[in-house]
Design a protein around this ligand. Structure first.
Ligand code: ATP
Ligand code: MG
Length: 385
């Protein structure tokens, strides 16, 4: 595998249910999505198709009555010291293990700046808090690593590479001794300086003032920049931007996403953009994952999707996409309605709305397959174009 197609995340056949009084909501029904290092991937689909639930699963933020039934959420975590890549299955982590990942390796921005960031705290304090939290956590992690290695030594399990292990322990100890703030400023002050630095990075006007302001004193676009500054503070390898249904102006949103694309190299992050808006995808994403009723139906490069969609659902979505910079509407209407996920259609969940459906579509759920190189589709009757 070359550097350019190195994976950072691979969600495989993810199934998730909500156990409600009305019945079992089969919300995720085999979600598949992979994200490569440096990609900006759009996740699109009608309301209720599972975009946010997928994002929350990746961060293990889905709460009861929601439950992951099966599947894998593989994070390929690169060790900052050794460049070694470790595979971690997020679906199987214990809650306390998630603390090291959430906000640190994977960060999420809910794009509803009206209710978030927290209105009663100053912008700078909110960013500083994230930074401090992970500073403390990383000290805990260092201590944990040292303890593990010492145990290995004491149990004599590693007679051959003793020297190597001792060297590692010394290295970690040194990091523990290194004061996080060499200039003896208080931790909070140092975190605040870092907050200003982050605000500068997201091109916030007057960052030294903004850091002391409250969210309501900022415009929608500035609030969003502040949120992103906070979510990037720990250099996450994955940033997820989840557009709320009541998102702000698409133009502002697109501007912020373009900024993220510019910053991507600096930060070393890959980005997942959740949106209803195909125009936003066209402008900011190099890869797209189309979801329908809890499944991935199509996944390929953005240009390819716009030129040659293969899944009838995607084709339907694209027929009414307005030109860029025109007044955009939300996703166009496709005949029929979004299915009830307590009693979803059999076979392919899209079949009742599909003009190309045949008998097999009612009977058998199509698997996501690579129909053409680099183009994955889950459909029994793919469009050929
Ligand atoms: N706490 C919950 N209890 C029961 N069902 C839920 C819960 N949260 C989400 N769902 C259901 O899971 C499905 C997926 O919801 P999700 O929020 O992921 O949709 P979405 O694609 O993000 O939609 P939107 O574009 O409107 O944000 C929906 O059918 C929703 O009703
Ligand atoms: Mg959502």
């Amino acid at each position: 595998m070359t550097m350019s197609d190195e994976l950072v995340l691979n969600v495989k056949e993810l199934y998730l249910n909500f156990y409600t009084y009305e019945g079992v909501v089969k919300a995720l029904d085999g979600v598949n999505m992979f994200l490569r290092r440096g990609d900006t991937m759009g996740v699109v689909g009608e309301t209720g198709c599972g975009k946010s639930v997928t994002a929350k699963s990746i961060l293990r933020l889905v709460e009861a009555p929601g439950k992951i039934e099966s599947g894998e959420i593989l994070l390929y975590d690169k060790d900052k010291e050794t460049d070694e890549i470790h595979e971690i299955d997020i679906a199987k982590l214990r809650p306390e293990e998630m603390l090291e990942i959430r906000g640190n390796k994977i960060s999420i921005v809910f794009q509803d700046p009206a209710t978030y960031p927290n209105p009663v705290f100053r912008v700078g304090d909110q960013i500083a808090e994230v930074i401090e939290l992970h500073q403390d956590l990383s000290l805990d992690v260092l201590n944990m690593k040292i303890a593990k290695l010492e145990l290995m030594l004491s149990e004599n399990l590693a007679s051959e590479n003793r020297a190597e292990i001792e060297e590692k322990i010394n290295y970690y100890r040194q990091q523990l001794d290194d004061p996080p703030t060499p200039d003896k400023k208080s931790k909070r002050e140092a975190a605040k300086l870092k907050a200003i630095e982050m605000l500068k990075m997201v091109r916030m006007p007057a960052p030294e003032q903004v850091v002391n302001q409250y969210p309501h004193e900022l415009s929608g676009g500035m609030r969003q920049r502040a949120l992103i500054a906070g979510s990037l503070a720990c250099n996450p390898s994955i940033l997820i931007c989840d557009e709320a249904t009541t998102a702000l102006d698409v133009t502002v949103q697109a501007q912020v996403l373009m900024l993220l694309n510019q910053l991507k190299k600096e930060i070393g992050s890959s980005i997942i953009v959740i949106t209803h808006d195909m125009g936003v995808v066209a402008e900011t994403c190099n890869w797209v994952n189309v979801m329908y009723a809890g499944t991935t139906v199509e996944s390929c490069a953005t240009l390819e999707l716009f030129e040659k969609p293969i899944h009838p659902y995607t084709a339907g979505l694209l027929t009414a996409v307005p030109k860029l910079h025109e007044d955009r509407e939300r996703l166009p209407q496709i005949r029929g309605t979004v299915p009830n996920l307590i009693t979803p259609p059999s076979g392919c969940r899209f079949h009742p709305r599909c003009d190309y459906a045949t008998k097999i579509c009612e009977e058998k759920k199509p698997l996501l397959e690579e129909q053409k190189p680099g183009h994955w589709v889950a459909c029994h009757n793919p469009l050929d174009n």
